[in-house]
Design a protein around this ligand. Structure first.
Ligand code: G6P
Length: 477
């Protein structure tokens, strides 16, 4: 039987612009956060990756390497403004994350969204081999499944949403809600991080399109569209190997030394995003410092934020607020040589992030809403020493799997303070027991297993899709 090739379609290509001199491209993470997705493990069968380079203008010509063909989709400066920063990140992103910031609606953004989705569909149609399997990722490209089906009915099309699908009360506010749903329904399989997103999607189909969607497949135009739940994960063996590397261990020891050998190191690592609950955790920390419960120099807090979507208003304002709060905490409670918050606002390399994970006693991950949150899983994967505790928001998708974390509601400042103190004060055996249970989870369900599960659901093994283990892997945070 003929092997079927795979095409992966993402808004952003999985590497940095700096990374492709003379074909020697190395899979670097674009955002600099260790967790960031775009990390590819290549398999033997050729895989084609379609996506945008992250810059305006003509697409880079990238040489085929190691069985991977990269085909870039160009975006103009205006399309970056209207499609990426506008419709994707100022309309859909806030709306899908519980509208924690107010979603903005502009008709010209929607027009650009359609135009860019059409371009992605056309590029994919052009490069996909007959009968190929196409796996489209995330909210930037929700119209692509149906557009692609029109152009190439021979393809098998899967779609995976990395962010939450909102409850219908919110989704129904979207002026072009039915078009978005019809776009997604062009896929054979639509995957979500959690069951509640899959349920919200089915409810939205009934409300916005009048299509009855019970538990089973949805019938659309004589086809069946399946939905499924596939919680994304991290490349656990790769993260663990990195965390064990001598340079990471040495760096972790040095970090504790540089921080003044505190008893407790608290750590947070986030993309600078209002969904991450950065301000909520800083407030809880400030109150604990003010209450004199977390005293210097026994406890230090390291907050790493990676700048993100900086031209979008919500993000610019958030950064100002976060930096004001950090300044306030250090200004009011620090002293010379003893900052209360060590704040780094730039991408860090993988070794540094892994070393920070190893150096930390408690990682605080407190999003107000998050599809998954791979920083939490990556921290667990990095703790091959069995140490460390995880304070995790119940509103992160990861909370459904990492039940042994210290779970918090980030809106409940008193509860967050109490739980953080419990994590800091717990005896080592208790924290090791929790970490062991969480490590078992991320070991059993890593990024490879995620890709395998999705692709097997999309194309059952009998259909002879080339072995999915080692398929191009991507996960986002
Ligand atoms: C989230 C999204 C991804 C996105 C990532 C980084 O995790 O689900 O699709 O790539 O954030 O955001 P950026 O805007 O830099 O691509």
């Amino acid at each position: 039987m003929q092997r079927r090739s795979l095409v992966v379609v993402t808004n952003r290509l999985p590497f940095d612009e700096s990374v492709a001199p003379e074909g020697a491209f190395d899979w670097q993470h674009s955002s600099g956060v260790l967790v960031s997705p775009r990390h590819a493990h290549l398999r033997e069968a050729p895989v084609t990756w379609v996506g945008w380079s992250g810059h305006a203008g003509p697409p880079p010509e990238l040489p085929d390497t190691r069985g991977l063909r990269v085909r870039a989709v160009p975006l103009s400066e205006e399309e970056i403004r209207y499609h990426y920063e506008g419709y994707a990140n100022a309309t859909l992103w806030p709306l899908y994350h519980d509208a924690v910031e107010h979603p903005t609606h502009h008709r010209r953004w929607w027009e650009a969204y359609q135009r860019v989705n059409r371009r992605f569909a056309a590029r994919t149609a052009e490069v996909a081999a007959p009968g190929a399997v196409v796996w489209i990722q995330d909210y930037h490209l929700q119209l692509v499944p149906a557009l692609l089906r029109e152009l190439r009915p021979d393809l098998t099309v899967g779609f995976f949403l990395h962010i939450p699908f909102p409850p219908p009360e919110l989704f129904m506010r979207l002026p072009r809600r039915a078009e978005i749903l019809h776009g997604l329904l062009g896929a054979d399989l639509v995957g979500f991080q959690r069951e509640r997103s899959a349920r919200n999607f089915r409810l939205a189909i009934a409300d916005a399109c009048g299509i009855e969607a019970g538990q089973g497949p949805v019938r659309v135009d004589g086809r069946q569209v399946r939905t499924g739940v596939f919680p994304v994960s991290v490349d656990t063996p790769a993260v663990a190997a990195l965390a064990e590397a001598p340079e990471v261990r040495a760096r972790a020891a040095q970090i504790r030394e540089d921080l003044g050998r505190p008893r407790t190191v608290l750590l947070s690592v986030d993309r600078m995003d209002y969904t991450k609950g950065i301000e909520h955790r800083l407030k809880a920390y400030r109150e604990l410092v003010a209450d004199d419960v977390l005293t210097a120099p026994d406890t230090v807090f390291v907050q790493v934020t990676v700048p993100s979507r900086e031209r979008v208003d919500h993000y610019e304002r958030l950064r100002e607020r976060v930096e004001r709060e950090v300044g306030r905490i250090n200004g009011e409670y620090g002293r010379v040589g003893a900052a209360r918050v060590h704040y780094l606002s730039r991408p860090l390399d993988r070794v540094e992030v892994a070393a920070l994970y190893r150096a930390a006693d408690v990682l605080l991950v407190t999003p107000l809403r998050d599809g998954m949150n791979l920083v939490a899983k990556e921290f667990v994967a990095a703790r091959t020493d069995g140490g460390g505790a995880l304070l995790l928001s119940e509103f992160a998708g990861a909370a459904a799997e990492l039940c042994d974390a210290y779970l918090v509601n980030p809106h409940d400042t008193a509860g967050m303070k109490r739980t953080l103190l419990a994590a800091v004060g717990a005896d080592a055996a208790e924290n090791r027991r929790r970490m062991a249970a969480m490590r078992a989870q991320v070991t059993g369900h890593d990024l490879h297993a995620w890709a395998e599960l999705f692709l097997e659901a999309l194309v059952p093994p009998a259909a002879d899709l080339a072995a999915p283990r080692g398929a191009p892997l991507l996960a986002t945070s």
